[in-house]
Design a protein around this ligand. Structure first.
Ligand SMILES: Cc1ncc(COP(=O)(O)O)c(C=O)c1O
Length: 443
């Protein structure tokens, strides 16, 4: 079947995009990153069209958000219907069916047998922030453990747990005290057991053997925050046993285990939540990004036994907005019915294709992934594993100019995270385009 994308009519940014970029640069805050000059006009499925009529194949889904693709008719209809009824009443103070239904649904799909309760937010950051507060409130302890390379958000509490890029902390201190960052199960760059043929989960045991022995009394620790697949850190899939090891560690010391599935949740890994691959139940689970197909909504799903806070202890004016709830309910339904299975099938194809690229390009040092969450790590040299950050930037830029939307992650990784509606033809097409970009840039 021939498709009308990608198609580059005018080298981007074309004149209309350039005008928007210039205007935006004039007035928007300096802190915005703006990866490349894409000025979107509309989208459909996995296709994004810019204001000059160029069409792109999207392999990043607006940072893993456009789960059902662009303009899914079921989601759009749900949003339109909800918007026609009412836009707001404040779910923290009043009632409406969409909010009750979404809390019920999220509690039902959350992993593990225990009963859950749900707090709805506007973003992943707000979900993290709520979890920090609840963990302290429920345990009456203050310390937090998080992982190097983690990204949990940008508000002062959430960014204290984030350990992704120094510039995200610079100038904002002092941040939240008593936050301790430990090694993630990053097999490719592990200082504990990468040199061994088998991972012995030295990163988990070192929390007890090093941190809890020399530095921090575990009785002071409220929670361990972890991404079951590390997102911004480079799409790093931990070895089996990692989450189980953390669960056991937390249980030994009465510490709450928080899974941040803001990026990895809602079907992206082929299961509703990535932690289901290992069958580990957290005490608190955070989700956002793909939950609303692009509408701003997140959630903190909490074991009933942990949901100890009293009436009025926490709240949000916009969290659980009725239009966003409708988008989320429609999204979850689509993900359950078909997209989760599709993510699994197309994810395997994508991973196999990425491995094939690695077999032909020496600049790729590692490929890992689960479902439609695939990371390729670029190195200057496969032996020294020196990161090739500039090469990733050049590949992303070239791909954009040729009609493929990509995004970097970590020091020198590319993350492939297309909308969950992608089919085999577009997986292959994107891989072929990526192949050509790598070949052209790594010469
Ligand atoms: C794992 C994770 N947690 C939290 C966040 C923060 O979410 P938001 O940008 O919606 O505030 C992100 C965003 O990238 C994320 O990937």
């Amino acid at each position: 079947m021939s498709r009308d994308y990608p198609r580059i009519l005018t080298p981007p940014p074309g004149p209309r995009a350039r005008a928007i970029v210039d205007r935006d640069r004039e007035w928007s805050a300096h802190c915005y990153i703006k990866e490349y000059p894409l000025a979107i006009a509309r989208g459909q499925g996995v296709m994004v069209e810019d204001v000059d009529g160029n069409r792109y194949l999207d392999f990043m889904a607006g940072i893993a958000v456009a789960s059902t693709g662009y303009g899914h008719p079921v989601v759009v209809k749900a949003i339109q219907d909800a918007a026609a009824n009412f836009l707001h009443i404040c779910g923290s103070d009043f009632y409406y069916e969409g909010m009750a239904a979404l809390c019920e649904k999220l509690a039902a799909i959350a992993p593990g047998p225990t009963r859950k309760r749900v707090f709805l937010t506007n973003s992943g950051t707000e979900a993290t922030e709520g979890a920090i507060k609840l963990a302290r409130y429920a345990t009456r302890r203050t310390a937090m453990v998080a992982f190097k390379g983690a990204f949990h958000g940008r508000s002062t509490g959430a960014v204290s747990l984030t350990s992704s890029k120094a510039r995200q902390h610079a100038g904002f201190g002092p941040l939240l005290p008593d936050v301790h960052h430990v090694d993630y199960a990053y097999r490719y760059r592990c200082r504990h057991c990468a040199h061994k043929s088998q991972c012995s989960l030295g990163c988990v045991s070192s929390i007890e053997d090093e941190l809890f022995t020399r530095h921090l009394d575990p009785r002071d620790v409220a929670a361990i925050f972890v991404e079951p697949v590390q997102g911004e850190g480079g799409y790093i899939v931990p070895p089996p046993g990692f989450l189980t090891g953390l669960r056991e560690l937390c249980d030994r010391h009465g510490i709450l285990l928080v899974f941040d599935e803001v990026q990895s949740g809602i079907g992206r890994t082929g299961r509703m939540f990535a932690c289901e691959h290992e069958g580990v139940e957290p005490d608190i689970l955070l989700t956002a990004k793909g939950l609303g197909s692009g509408m701003p909504i997140g959630a903190m799903i909490v074991r009933d036994s942990v949901d100890k806070w009293k009436n009025g202890a926490h709240g949000s004016t916009f969290g659980g907005n009725p239009v966003c709830c409708a988008a989320a309910l429609a999204t979850i339904d689509l993900v359950e019915r078909e997209l989760m299975a599709n993510a699994s099938v197309q994810g395997e194809r994508l991973l196999a294709g990425a491995r094939e690229l690695m077999s032909r390009h020496d600049c790729i040092g590692d490929v890992r992934g689960v479902g439609l969450m695939v990371g390729l790590e670029f190195v200057r040299d496969r032996v020294t594993r020196e990161p090739a950050a500039e090469l990733v930037d050049r590949i992303v830029d070239r791909a954009f100019r040729q009609g493929l939307l990509l995004l970097g992650a970590g020091k020198s990784a590319l993350r492939l995270a297309p909308p969950l509606v992608i089919d085999a033809e577009d997986v292959d097409r994107g891989l072929a385009m990526l192949d050509a970009c790598i070949a052209e840039e790594s010469q």
